[in-house]
Design a protein around this ligand. Structure first.
Ligand code: SF4
Length: 662
């Protein structure tokens, strides 16, 4: 059961102190580790809120290792996945102890590994097709892959990838020393929907993806991303090795990632790719059956394009019949194509590079998805999203309105789950369908003294955020805060429009550099922000999470308005409709609370940090629901008085200068 001999405490202390930023006393870490271990032993689900600085990954990893069970750890971001695989687990593995010989592996989705079968097919064609010559030619016979991708521009990239694959041990794209163009990588990889499996693939015995699966199947701890875990659930357990325990870190993202993974998407490109792939198998003699698939792909594009942003099928009003008609047509044409491919197989027609089973598999998955779309019922929502650089390539998406019932049936009875985050959404257990009788929740707090090192400021004399002149008032307030803090501000906006307006108004008015999200890629922007202590960074939604800037560079996090979700989001619209009168409290408020806490959580990143969170939307202090939003934030004292905020910033600035002087 739960170890009480001090061994865990000793090990945690040792491990924590040896890691970057370590050496601090982390009271919540031991509690968390023991609770996770108890949950695993007693087979009870556990939700753990663990504030920034707890050291939660080491807490659950240690419990997982000591349990002796196979544990899958699912993370929402690559940064955390890298931290677990490259720092925390190697470190734990090097510690002496009863389970020091444990093993771990990272497992990614199939398309992350080079497909040796596709590589072999391409190498076989390379010599005569000038495939590896860079060319800008539009001539499809020059440098073009027969599965439909014009590769003329990527010849040298393909050659580099193939050369790398000859000595790579993993075939993992992340190990390439350059970032290939997505089209070049797509030509040398396959998704799970196209791979016929090792037994039916000529390259199966040496396949990189299969090797990674085998490695994972022999490991005690398997690290995956949450999306791969969602495909595991959607496939009824076919993707990951058997395991008794799953830990979802960054649990605030689980609902959205599961919704996406348990749903499906269909764009015309998928039909076209199958058509082109089939043409490579059947040759030009069977053009009619292939052309029919390409033609219905055009029809799908046409019917979806005016519906971007709208719900379709069951709730699509007049459009429902038209979309359903095209989907029905697509199904019958793909069925005809599948029939023809099967006959070519039965007749023993040539398929030298084994592309037929891949095409049949992809077509089979497409037929499954078309059938699901046609059968969309009252528990599903279907809508059209814009994709591509111009947002004009329409994609039809479908998802369950609620994922709780799906997970309650397919997941929670089979594994013990630990879900953890610095900001656990208020209704997480209900949203995810966790069974009340076997689920516990614990908040192990944060090691940082928020009561003394941080202040929450919400000026109530600002105009209503929806009234004219509100943007200008927010900009004036922001100007005052930045001046008082000596720059050092991360300003988080809920829209590009508001961010760009603030940059335009404040850049010329401030004595400090103002970096904006559209200036540089995210990593470069954060580098520049860290490098110049007095600089400010203005950004939108993708900076509300995952930004880690400890020290005096960041003394103010300013938030322009409460981050309520858009009222016209089709999926949330369906959820609100289902929730009825309680929709605001069950759909909108928990999302806003979690995102607000994520944004505010950028401020205090180490025990010596000090600073102010300014929420420039008076509803946080004045609205009835403001109390619920404030409860989701770290325990900072609240002030609505400008003078108090300015004095606090003055003191923060002085202590930063003292720090430099010492
Ligand atoms: S088993 Fe699948 S991923 Fe592996 S080489 Fe064959 S087709 Fe590619």
């Amino acid at each position: 059961m739960v170890p009480t001999d001090g061994a865990v405490a000793g090990l945690l202390e040792k491990v924590s102190s040896a890691l970057p930023g370590g050496g601090e006393h982390r009271p919540g870490q031991l509690e968390m580790s023991e609770r996770v271990r108890a949950a695993i032993d007693e087979r009870r689900h556990l939700v753990v809120q663990a504030g920034t600085g707890t050291g939660k990954s080491l807490a659950y990893l240690l419990a997982a290792v000591q349990s002796g069970r196979r544990v899958v750890v699912a993370t929402a971001t690559k940064a955390l996945q890298d931290q677990l695989a490259e720092k925390d687990l190697p470190f734990l593995a090097g510690q002496p102890g009863p389970r020091s010989g444990f093993t771990f592996a990272v497992l990614k989705g199939r398309s992350n590994y080079l497909c040796l079968q596709r590589a072999a097919e391409m190498e076989g064609r390379g010599a005569d097709r000038q495939l590896f010559e860079d060319t800008t030619s539009d001539d499809p016979r020059k440098g073009s892959d027969p599965e439909g991708i014009n590769l003329g521009r990527f010849g040298s990239e393909l050659r580099r990838i193939l050369e790398w694959s000859e000595h790579s041990a993993s075939g993992d794209r992340a190990e390439l020393d350059f970032e290939p163009h997505p089209k070049a990588w797509a030509a040398l990889s396959v998704g799970a929907r196209e791979c016929p499996g090792a037994f039916r693939c000529p390259s199966g015995p040496v396949c990189f993806a299969e090797r990674a699966r085998a490695l994972a199947a022999g490991s005690d701890i398997v690290i995956v991303n949450t999306h791969l875990y969602a495909t595991h659930v959607a496939s009824d357990g076919a993707v990951l090795p058997d395991h008794e325990v799953v830990v979802f870190d960054e649990a605030h993202a689980v609902e959205d990632v599961m919704t996406s993974g348990l749903g499906l998407e269909l764009a015309a490109g998928r039909l076209r790719a199958i058509g082109v792939s089939a043409r490579g198998v059947l040759g030009r003699d069977d053009a009619t059956v292939v052309d029919a698939v390409a033609e219905v792909a055009d029809q799908l594009d046409e019917v979806l394009r005016p519906l971007v942003g709208l719900r379709v099928l069951a709730d699509g009003g007049n459009s429902a019949g038209e979309v359903a008609r095209v989907l029905g047509l697509a199904r019958s044409r793909v069925e005809a194509l599948v029939g023809r491919l099967r006959r070519s197989d039965a007749d023993g027609e040539a398929d030298e590079d084994g592309r037929r089973p891949r095409t049949l598999l992809a077509a089979g998955h497409l037929l499954d998805d078309l059938a699901k779309l046609e059968a969309a019922g009252e528990d599903d929502v279907a809508w059209v999203e814009g994709a591509g650089p111009s947002g004009r390539l329409p994609t039809l998406r479908m998802a369950p309105i609620e994922i709780g019932p799906v997970l309650a049936e397919r997941l929670w009875p089979r594994v013990t789950a630990v879900l953890t985050s610095a900001t656990v959404p208020p209704l997480l257990e209900k949203t995810l369908g966790l069974p009340g009788s076997t689920t516990d929740r614990v908040d192990v707090g944060s090691p940082f003294p928020f009561e003394s090192c941080a202040l929450l400021y919400c000026p109530t004399d600002l105009p209503d955020r929806r009234s004219p002149g509100a943007d200008e008032a927010v900009q004036r307030e922001l100007h005052g805060l930045i001046a008082a803090a000596g720059g050092r501000t991360l300003a988080l906006f809920t829209s590009w429009r508001a961010m760009l307006a603030a940059v335009e108004a404040l850049r010329p008015a401030l004595d400090f550099a103002v970096l904006a999200q559209n200036d540089l890629p995210k990593s470069k922007l954060l580098e520049a922000f860290r490098a110049e202590e007095s600089s400010c960074l203005f950004a939108t939604m993708s900076f509300w999470q995952g930004v880690d800037v400890p020290g005096a560079t960041l003394s103010v996090v300013a938030i322009d308005r409460l981050p309520f979700p858009r009222p016209d989001d089709p999926l949330l619209e369906a959820r609100r409709h289902r929730a009825g009168e309680g929709a605001f409290r069950t759909v909108d408020l928990p999302r806003a609370a979690t995102l607000l806490a994520q944004g505010a959580g950028r401020l205090i990143r180490s025990s010596s940090d000090r600073g102010l969170v300014a929420v420039l939307d008076r509803r946080l202090a004045t609205a009835g629901y403001g109390r619920l939003l404030r409860a989701a934030l770290p325990p900072m004292p609240l002030t609505t008085k400008r003078q108090e905020a300015m004095s606090f910033l003055g003191a923060t600035r002085a202590s930063a200068s003292d720090g430099h002087a010492r």
